[in-house]
Design a protein around this ligand. Structure first.
Ligand code: COA
Length: 336
């Protein structure tokens, strides 16, 4: 724990949370463990592996999200970092990824057969309450504060915030026949087979694991809204969004088929707006392209995620809108 605190500024987990999410995790797998580097009985390096059971074209596969790579200062530049990563990436998993990488990590992943996941490298921002948001930006600057991602998730000017005056185009209206409802892990898992039809790659959540993930995220990020969207009485989508009334709410996951994704996203926008969010942001994942395009969302490069899949077909599927690999599926972090 001291190693992580000393070398990863702002490391968000307590010792108990780290133990729970690493050793106590229901999906931990002895073939895919987190690793430590040891010298003279002292732990000098660490990399965390979070196992994800997934489905690819209906077939179970194993994914690993890697995070928190660290080597103590006195032991750097001796290839420990590269060796820890190499050991992890040579494991028996089908796909590995990290949601954020430093330049060293990107270089190391490339050398080991991975790549920046360009299809998940951008974040989006939709300003729902322009006056509130601009007021907060001005107030932060007036106080001499740097404007960080928690206030400005994307480094682009949101022209949509000026509304039809600039674009000449009204924002999409909510589609009739779709209704959102609050949900828990059990109801999401029950609805997943209907929602995931047509998806080629996704995490195959079960109830205890999804429940534990919701709890871990809430401990770090605050109130998590989990909702299912029905068309008539049939579930067609679900999403999880960290709600920050008055501030920037953060979408962590949205799953829906291609034909209904726009309506499901529309329900989310309505819900985030009704909950008082000034801004809705999240990762601009491939399957969200249409709803983001329709709303003229501001898009900006953000976190440098990296990915490696041994099987070429799986790698190709992961970069299309037939895959969902969200921030909820990945690293446990501060989420902004
Ligand atoms: C990132 C980190 C884990 C790297 O650990 P490390 O053990 O120093 O990693 P390596 O020794 O494998 O590689 C570091 C560099 O030293 C170089 N190097 C490795 N062995 C070397 C050697 N014998 N002689 C000279 N250079 C060497 C590597 O090529 C690499 O260079 P690059 O940055 O130009 O690619 C470590 O710097 C760290 O803990 N940083 C703080 C936490 C962090 O940022 N983590 C990553 C984000 S999650």
């Amino acid at each position: 724990m001291g190693l992580l605190r000393a070398n990863l500024p702002g490391f968000p987990l307590t010792e108990d949370e780290l133990a729970d999410a690493t050793l106590g995790d229901g999906w931990s797998d002895e073939e895919l463990p987190s690793l430590v580097a040891v010298e003279d009985d002292e732990v000098v390096g660490f990399v965390r592996a979070q196992v994800r059971r997934m489905l690819f074209d209906g077939r179970p596969i194993r994914g690993v999200c890697l995070s928190d790579l660290v080597v103590s200062e006195g032991h750097r530049r001796g290839a420990s970092g590269a060796m820890l990563l190499a050991r992890q990436l040579k494991g028996p998993q089908d796909v590995s990824w990290s949601d954020s990488a430093t330049d060293f990590v990107v270089r190391a992943w490339r050398a080991l057969g991975g790549q920046v996941d360009y299809s998940r490298a951008a974040d989006f921002m939709l300003v729902l309450r322009p006056a509130r948001w601009i007021g907060d930006l001005i107030a932060a600057r007036a106080r001499g504060r740097e404007v960080g991602r928690e206030l400005m998730p994307v480094g682009a000017l949101p022209a949509h915030a000026a509304g039809e005056r600039i674009s000449g185009r009204p924002p999409p209206r909510p589609e009739p026949g779709f209704h959102g409802r609050d949900a828990d892990a059990a109801s999401v898992v029950e609805a997943l087979p209907a929602i995931s039809r047509g998806l080629r790659v996704a995490v195959d959540w079960d109830q205890p694991q999804l429940d534990a993930t919701f709890r871990r995220i809430e401990a770090l990020g605050g109130r998590l809204a989990v909702r299912i969207v029905d068309r008539g009485d049939k579930p067609v989508g679900w999403y999880a969004c960290l709600l920050r009334p008055g501030g920037v709410s953060r979408l962590l996951h949205l799953a829906a088929g291609e034909r209904v994704v726009d309506a499901v996203f529309g329900e989310l926008v309505g819900y985030a707006s009704a909950s008082g969010s000034a801004v809705l942001s999240g990762r601009a994942e491939p399957h969200l392209e249409r709803p983001l395009r329709e709303r003229l969302a501001a898009i900006g490069l953000a976190w440098q995620p990296v990915i490696k899949a041994g099987d070429a077909e799986l790698a190709a599927a992961l970069s299309t809108s037939a895959s969902v690999l969200s921030r909820l599926d990945g690293e446990l972090s501060r989420f902004h």
